[in-house]
Design a protein around this ligand. Structure first.
Ligand code: NAI
Ligand code: MG
Length: 353
């Protein structure tokens, strides 16, 4: 029996609704498998915690998290209580940085029973692999002078280590999928870092001869994601380009409420963190209206990362069966509650065995 110790941070708002829902689905999946179980330890680190303690997590929070196999997080943020930059940097970004979660993975797939805003899209199933630790989102730069003389400089940082690491992860993922990797570049306009990115890509691809590759400039690639998303398998991108592409990926799926994500420590020396793309949705929190699919799909990604891909696929199948049966929340045109959707998914999972 494989037993996984998971640190759970439901966070704020609908995080507190969709995280327990996804835990129930994962427990049901573990039951069906028979050879694995989860031990969940929940931490109350959120904006309420900040109001009581003046910090989003205790000083030894990172050390505590290190002892777990993985971290399962809902969403953080209650802008009416705590400014977003405080809650985000105090918890989420701190964990991502200190745990060296240098690769961010976000799939986008046309799910059965979900309406994409694209007109008659062909079936698409792609994954954006985004560099999560450097690139355009480095903290290097500064401002000088005032008034009309004022200026700002912000540097982008591309290391060979970070660039290779994210590309290798993308190729290894593609080898398990349709064996195609697209590189998001902009070497026609960005004359140092992007030609470097292209060079590293050309070096790395030699180690994965089974994979076909193509490079697209980011502007054209953004358009292709709308015009022909079915043409893509794995897309590898820098921090900024990946950030933009993944929002687009979520949008063409039909709702932010279904989009999953993983922050991976690919070396597996620290736990990775699994959290959906959406935030805490204060506008609908506490009403049973939240779509649990994003969090549940995120749980599927955790199963995949821990080596239980077949089981993960069963979870995704059960999600699609539930959608196709019309059991869905309001954000995607249904009338069902968070728990009705969750229960239906669990029923489909059990029926498969
Ligand atoms: P949001 O994703 O929370 O909500 C945007 C819109 O989508 C809202 O109308 C919301 O009701 C809807 N929505 C989101 N998830 C949904 C779901 N599962 N089911 C049904 N509807 C859903 O983004 P917003 O409003 O910009 O941010 C709210 C708070 O969340 C802020 O404090 C923000 O900083 C934080 N946030 C946290 C993230 C994280 O923890 N990773 C990511 C994005 C935002
Ligand atoms: Mg974004």
């Amino acid at each position: 029996m494989d037993k996984f110790e998971i640190a759970v941070i439901p966070g704020d708002g609908i995080g507190m609704e969709v995280v327990p829902a996804a835990m129930r689905v994962l427990d049901a999946a573990a039951d069906i498998h028979g050879g694995l179980s989860f031990e969940w330890t929940t931490f109350p680190w959120n904006c309420e915690y900040y109001l009581k303690h003046g910090t989003m997590m205790p000083d030894d929070g990172i050390a505590t998290l290190r002892g777990f196999h993985q971290i399962f997080l809902g969403a953080v943020g209650m802008p009416n209580l705590v400014p977003d930059h405080v809650s985000l940097w105090g918890l989420l970004i701190k964990i991502r940085r200190e745990m060296q979660q240098s690769v961010n993975v976000r799939p986008a797939k046309l799910l059965n029973g979900l309406t994409s805003p694209l007109r008659n899209p062909s079936a698409f199933d792609l994954v954006v692999v985004r560099e999560n630790s450097e690139g355009e989102y480095s903290d290097i730069g500064g401002r000088i002078h005032q008034g009309s003389d004022e200026m700002a400089i912000q540097s982008a940082v591309f290391t060979r280590k970070g660039t290779e690491r994210v590309m290798r992860y993308a190729f290894q993922l593609a080898e398990k999928r349709r064996k195609h990797v697209t590189s998001a570049t902009k070497s026609n306009g960005i004359s140092h870092s992007m030609p470097f990115w292209d060079e590293v890509f050309r070096d790395v691809l030699k180690d994965y001869p089974e994979c076909a590759t193509i490079s697209h400039h980011i502007d054209a690639l953004a358009a292709f994601l709308v015009m022909k998303p079915h043409a893509f398998d794995v897309i590898v991108a820098s921090n900024l380009f990946g950030d933009i592409l993944t929002d687009l990926g979520g949008a063409i799926m039909g709702s932010i409420g279904v989009a999953p994500a993983a922050n991976l420590n690919v070396e597996r020396t620290y736990p990775s963190m699994f959290e959906p793309v959406h935030g805490s949705a204060p506008d609908i929190a506490g009403k049973g209206l939240a779509n649990p699919l994003g969090q549940i799909w995120t749980g599927k990604m955790m199963l995949d990362f821990m080596g239980y891909e077949e089981l993960g696929n069963l979870v995704l199948d059960a999600m699609e069966a539930t959608l196709a049966a019309g059991v869905k929340t309001g954000d995607i045109g249904g009338v069902s509650s968070t728990s009705e959707v969750t229960n239906t998914i669990i029923d489909y999972l059990r029926r498969r065995t």
